[in-house]
Design a protein around this ligand. Structure first.
Ligand SMILES: Cc1ncc(C[n+]2csc(CCOP(=O)(O)OP(=O)(O)O)c2C)c(N)n1
Ligand SMILES: [Mg+2]
Length: 819
């Protein structure tokens, strides 16, 4: 309980000074001879091997982008290639002492990190394990072409496999790690501990903490490294990820046996530039990225700057920091200094920096310097170094050539439906781990469970409305579904703002605090990007998350995490990742412009998200159950207007037992023959009132269909209804322009053109900000607006006098003004 941590005014007001400790800068200074105590000679050779491999891998990419061929192999690569030539030592140092259980996340410039981590993992895994991975990964699709005619060792085969998989991914081949759907900036290979690299600058900064969270909560070995650039420290989500990763509660409130602070290193690949903006001296003021740690927590994130031109300095830092993380003292910030001689991309003319600067860094090149040190120390001879370099360059070239061959490495045909097959995983997962879920009490003893047991599970009893406190409502329905899954899936966690003792922002979680330990239900910082990003990272690692945003209007704060991360990674992984995240988003009411907007349209537009909006207790429970049994990201909208309503459409009431409602299915709430009214969200209840009036005043029977879902959506019941009625009105509380209903109306026009007697008509909120509660009736659709729309545009209602203006002239006027 946070109540156990009392904020004492005397202590808070006492005179004090905040003290910072020194931040080491390039403190490492051991010689190769001294390091012989810590390394085998082969280790040095492997570092050299890996740095040479990375350099050659990228030199080839650069050459084909610039000249269209390399050593006689012509190839035109249309996509990006953000090269890290110059940064190899930083990548190899980072990866050297990580195990396959240690997971790295990266950026658009992560080829080197991927290769270094892959090679490091290959050296640590046994032959049988390597063979099992290569044979099972995508049913041997990558291994096939590499294995053909090859007779070397398993380890060498694995190196070839890995380089080939990376090139194939970059060249958009079926034989890539992710069937070419990730590409250069997003390639990854989870079996070796390489997790998604992100083309959104700083994207990994909010996701990687979720992976570290997964390791802590599920007691998994290993640490997480977020490799992000210096310029990414100007990105809000990175700061939010750092804030999320450094919450006190991991050490103060969580079960200490979980291990304490999050095991994560934010590793800044600090190359002084973000494209053309110079972070050192121009676009940022921090100078030393390591300084940022000082503002985060008393340990200053154990931050230090290390020389990323020296692999041994980086390895030394990673070893020490990993030890700290194992003691529960995370998070860590490392500022790994490096430099890219290459442009941001091959087309970059480096107009933002001087030739002189590039030349100075070239002269200090980490590869050449390491070679010189090895030679000077006499540990390895020149012939061995040169032979190693020649051998690995030959291997890299062979794999490049193989990946360019369309025979060996085909592309998906452009007329194929391949991408469509991986947009959703559409699987069921009862639980993601077999261990016993951690609960604090027998759920039968839970006060909320007992309270719900005394409730009436329908809205009406003996013809009377059940009183508000007695009626089983939408909140109860969502609570029941969550509790069911919490008791089955030990990996399932929930977090967001005010999630714990507060009871969830709108009391859906009341009772969960008593049932769940801290690490399964916790308060997050006010970091919407951090919250959704962490949910994505947690799911990538194989756990189930329910995250919450308090208001739909706050989605903008988590825009990238919802639109680019949550939505896209299943497809970008070609189905190797699942994304079992339910993102609960409450749609506000009575709170004015920045707290009351229905933003279903935004997520409906983004491919890769399931978007549902149930508004009855029966639907809420059945759809939450389905969302929590699936493996796809579901944006679960809830309306604050109807949290308290009881079930009025299912006469038997909401079942106490478990049931699911398929997420694609609209629900016919009332049968009718004269007109179809389709709704999404609480407009169902507006339409219900309008339908009653249509019947009473005009003798018309409206068929009421609640869409319940925006994506995926089965049009069949809508088509059947329109075939019967020939008329359709579509209503929601979202502003009319660009709403989900406009899409459904346009689709129905095409699908039912011959059967329609009038065009489908959409009524939404006005294209305005949401005004104050007292003025909402001028903004949200009212029952009489629906009658007006029917009368004016669908079917004249005898004797009806419209109170709103829906004439063509008025609609054109509003559109011209954009309101
Ligand atoms: C959110 C976002 N803004 C801008 C870009 C365009 N962009 C790609 S890389 C880059 C510079 C990133 O610099 P840094 O994080 O230091 O990484 P580096 O390129 O130096 O490795 C920019 C601005 C982007 N991909 N994502
Ligand atoms: Mg940079």
């Amino acid at each position: 309980m946070t109540k156990s941590i009392i904020v004492e005014p005397r202590q808070a007001f006492s005179r004090d000074t905040v003290r910072f400790s020194d931040i080491p800068v390039n403190a490492y200074d051991r010689t190769i001879e001294e390091e012989l105590a810590h390394y085998a000679v082969d280790d040095f050779l492997n570092m050299w091997h890996d740095m040479c491999a990375i350099r050659e891998f990228e030199a080839i990419l650069n050459e084909i982008k610039v000249t269209g061929s390399y050593k006689g192999v012509a190839y035109s690569h249309a996509g990006p290639a953000h090269l890290s030539i110059g940064q190899e030592a930083a990548a190899v140092g980072m990866a050297f002492s990580l195990t396959p259980d240690d997971h790295i996340f990266g950026s658009h410039r992560s080829h080197g990190e991927i290769l270094a981590k892959g090679f490091s993992a290959i050296r640590q895994l046994g032959d049988d394990h390597l063979l099992a991975i290569m044979r099972s990964y995508r049913d041997g699709a990558i291994l096939g072409p590499v294995e053909k005619g090859y007779s070397g060792t398993v380890r060498d085969l694995a190196l070839r496999f890995f380089v080939y998989g990376a090139y194939s991914e970059i060249f958009a081949r079926e034989t890539g790690f992710n069937r070419g759907l990730g590409g250069s900036m997003h390639a990854f290979f989870a079996p070796f501990g390489i997790y998604p690299n992100n083309a959104i600058v700083g994207g990994s900064g909010s996701i990687a903490p979720g992976a570290a969270l997964f390791k802590r909560i599920n007691r998994k070995p290993g640490i997480v490294v977020a490799n992000i650039g210096d310029a990414s420290f100007g990105c809000g989500p990175v700061w939010e990820g750092i804030t999320f990763a450094s919450m006190d509660q991991y050490r103060t409130l969580w079960d200490q046996s979980l291990g304490g602070g999050l095991p994560i290193i934010f590793n800044c690949m600090d190359n002084f530039y973000g494209m053309g903006g110079q972070t050192w001296g121009e676009t940022m003021g921090v100078r030393f990225i390591a300084r940022i740690g000082a503002g985060v927590n008393p340990e200053q994130m154990h931050a230090e700057r290390v020389n990323g031109y020296d692999p041994l300095a980086v390895i030394d830092a990673f070893r020490r920091k990993k030890y700290l993380l194992q003691q529960g003292l995370g998070p860590v910030l490392l500022d790994t200094l490096t430099y890219r001689f290459s442009g941001h991309s091959p087309s970059d003319a480096s107009s933002y920096r001087s030739k002189e600067e590039i030349e100075r860094w070239r002269a200090a090149d980490g590869l050449a310097a390491f070679r010189d040190r090895l030679l000077r120390s006499g540990v390895i001879g020149e012939d061995v170094l040169d032979e190693t370099k020649a051998r690995v360059e030959e291997m890299v070239f062979e794999m490049f050539a193989l990946a360019t061959s369309l025979d060996a490495s085909p592309r998906a045909g452009i007329d194929s439906e391949m991408v469509g097959t991986v947009m959703f995983s559409n699987r069921r997962a009862e639980r993601f781990d077999d261990r016993q879920p951690e609960l604090l009490q027998d759920l039968a003893d839970n006060p909320r469970v007992q309270q719900i047991r005394g409730k009436v599970r329908t809205a009406f009893e003996d013809g009377q409305a059940v009183p508000r406190l007695k009626v089983y409502n939408v909140r109860d329905a969502i609570f029941e579904a969550l509790l069911h899954r919490f008791a089955i899936d030990p990996t399932m966690i929930a977090f967001g703002e005010e999630n714990r003792d507060w009871g969830g922002a709108f009391a859906v979680y009341r009772g969960l605090t008593e049932a769940l330990p801290y690490h399964r239900l916790f308060n997050a910082p006010i970091s919407e990007a951090g919250i959704v990003g962490a949910a994505v990272g947690y799911a990538m690692e194989g756990g189930r998350v329910v995250a919450e945003l308090m208001y739909a209007d706050f989605m903008g704060r988590a825009g990238d995490e919802i639109f680019n991360q949550l939505a896209k990674w299943q497809a970008m992984s070609a189905g190797t990742l699942t994304m079992p995240v339910v993102l609960r988003i409450s749609v506000g009411s009575k709170y004015g412009a920045q707290h009351s907007q229905d933003w279903t349209a935004l997520v409906h537009h983004i491919p890769g998200l399931k978007v549902v909006y149930p508004v009855t207790p029966y639907d809420a429970k059945g759809m939450m159950n389905a969302a929590l049994a699936g493996t796809d990201p579901v944006i679960f909208f809830e309306s604050q207007k109807i949290y308290d309503v009881g079930e009025m459409f299912v006469p038997e009431g909401v079942p106490e037992g478990y049931y699911e409602i398929e997420l694609s299915e609209p629900s016919i709430k009332r049968r009718g023959k004269d007109l179809t009214i389709v709704t999404l969200g609480p407009a169902l209840y507006t339409a219900l009132a309008a339908a009653d009036e249509l019947s009473a005043a005009f003798g018309l029977e409206a068929e009421l269909i609640d869409l319940r879902t925006a994506v995926p959506l089965n049009y069949e019941p809508l088509i059947e209804s329109v075939q019967k009625t020939g008329r359709v009105l579509l209503v929601s509380d979202a502003v009319e322009r660009g709403s989900v209903m406009q899409t459904v109306a346009a689709s129905l026009t095409q699908l039912c053109f011959d059967e329609l007697d009038a065009p489908p008509v959409v009524v939404g909120s006005r294209n305005w900000i949401t005004p104050a509660a007292e003025l909402e009736a001028m903004f949200f659709p009212q029952p009489r607006w629906l009658l007006d729309a029917i009368h004016e545009q669908i079917l004249p209602l005898q004797g009806h006098t419209p109170s709103t203006n829906r004439t063509r002239g008025e609609l054109v006027r509003r559109a011209r003004l954009g309101v």
